[in-house]
Design a protein around this ligand. Structure first.
Ligand code: MG
Length: 159
């Protein structure tokens, strides 16, 4: 049986924080504000996979009230989500994520993000796609206040 899941995340961009997206550090003067490393792309992927196997969202497994996750590298979340997917007798078919942010240009980082997310999930890079768009100057993402990510994941559940 095939099952699909959707994930979404948004983080405020502030000075003095590194910008982590898709498990890769992006050179920029601002970074994501968040309890963990604020990697919106990794978090959207986690939620998409958890949704596909009917397990809810990241907050259920990695609550921001838990000091264990303070400053956590989001690869830890991806690894644990991959374990939960396997535990649910499911196999990741593919995951597709779109990062929306006005600046900087993410194109030079997309291949590295794809490889890093796939490695954290324990799958080959061909099963992961990372894309980037700008918000055309519209809304909080367009004004550079925030970075947003959306993901879909398909899994195959063994009968
Ligand atoms: Mg997040």
């Amino acid at each position: 049986m095939l099952r699909i899941g959707e994930g979404y995340d948004i983080h405020r961009l502030v000075a003095g924080r590194p910008l982590k997206l898709g498990c890769v550090e992006v050179a920029f003067e601002r970074g994501s504000l968040g309890h963990s490393d604020g990697d919106a792309a990794a978090h959207a992927v986690c939620d998409a996979l958890l949704g596909a196997v009917g397990l809810g969202d990241m907050g259920r497994f990695f609550p921001s009230s838990d000091p264990r996750w303070e400053g956590a590298d989001s690869r830890v979340f991806l690894r644990e989500v991959a374990r939960l997917v396997a535990e649910a007798s499911a196999e990741l078919v593919n995951v597709d994520v779109t990062i929306v942010m006005e600046k900087p240009r993410l194109a030079p980082y997309l291949d590295a993000m794809r490889a890093a997310v796939a490695a954290a999930l324990g799958v080959e890079a061909s099963r992961v796609c990372v894309k980037a768009k700008s918000a055309d100057g519209l809304g909080p993402v367009g004004s550079g206040e925030a970075v947003e990510a959306r993901a879909v994941a398909l899994v195959e559940v063994r009968a």
